[in-house]
Every structure is written in C-alpha cells, then in structure tokens.
Design a protein around this ligand. Structure first.
Ligand code: SF4
Length: 159
C-alpha cells in the first residue's frame, strides 16, 4: 500500500502525541494571593527539580488551586482535566506539602488520595522548596525509606 507523505507525517505526529506526558500542578488556594506561581512554572519550563525527568515533549495542561479548604474543588477540576484532553500526572505543589512559610495544610493526605483515586499519578513537589524539605527529612532520618517517597504519598511520615 502506498501512503501519501501527508498521512505519514500525520502518523508520526500521532505517535509523538501518544508519548507526550500531560502534566498538571495543583497548588494551595490560600497562598494564591501572595504567589504568582513563578517558581512552579519556571521549574517546569526548565525541567528542574521534580520535573527533571520529563523530556521536551511534556506539556503543562493545568495549573490550578485546590479551591480552598478542605480541597473542595479538587474532584471537579481533576474531572475537567480528564475530560479536556486528559492528564497523566499531577504534581502537588510545595505550598501544599510544606508547613513553612506556608499555612499548614491538614488536608494534603486527602487531596493526594482524591487525585490517586481518580486514576491519576501523583508526584510530590513542584520546585526547589520541596526538594530541600526532603533533603532535610533524609538528613534527620525522618523518612523510613529515604530512597522512596511512597511513605510520604501514603501520608504516614509527614502528616
Ligand atoms: S486545603 Fe490545604 S492546600 Fe487547600 S487551601 Fe486549605 S490549606 Fe491550602
């Protein structure tokens, strides 16, 4: 069978799109007034910190807040992301995870579990702040398994 150049190009494009990771970031609504999101967005753009393993095809498809305590818009916004082109992984921003200088979030375990329950992968952290926090926890031996963030995802070690 003879393919036109056009259909071959389209086929390549489809294969490329198939591999493309669709990434979103969820942040704390309470920090929105003081944070324009620069650190998260430039970290993704530069593939730094928790974004360092993505290739250049990865696409940021969402940057949204939890909707206020107790994460009241998580379900609705993740559902919208899934409906509007899909999302593969959601990064939980440092402002949700860290307890200083941000307001302590007592709902982060629930936020993480809600996202996971909707079938989306979760990665902790969005910029250097969480990276530094994990380093300190490792040094202080506050992590049961320093090589894995699984215990953090379960919410058992940090909150
Ligand atoms: S639920 Fe947590 S992340 Fe959301 S506004 Fe409240 S403190 Fe911030």
């Amino acid at each position: 069978m003879i393919h036109s150049n056009k259909s071959i190009i389209r086929g390549e494009k489809m294969a490329e799109n198939k591999k493309k990771k669709r990434v979103a970031i969820v942040r704390c609504e309470r920090t929105e007034e003081s944070c324009p999101g620069t650190s998260c967005l430039t970290s993704f753009a530069g593939r730094k910190h928790s974004f360092k393993d993505y290739d250049e095809n990865a696409e940021l498809v969402g940057f949204f807040s939890c909707g206020g305590c107790p994460g009241r818009r998580i379900f609705r916004l993740v559902r919208s992301l899934k409906e509007e082109g899909g999302v593969d992984v959601i990064h939980v921003a440092s402002c949700i995870l860290k307890e200083t200088p941000f307001p302590k979030c007592t709902h982060k375990g629930d936020i993480i579990n809600s996202i996971k329950n909707m079938g989306i992968d979760v990665v902790l952290g969005s910029d250097d702040k969480w990276e530094k926090e994990v380093k300190i926890m490792k040094e202080k031996k506050h992590l049961k398994d320093p090589e894995s963030q699984d215990t953090l995802l379960e919410g058992s070690d940090h909150w």
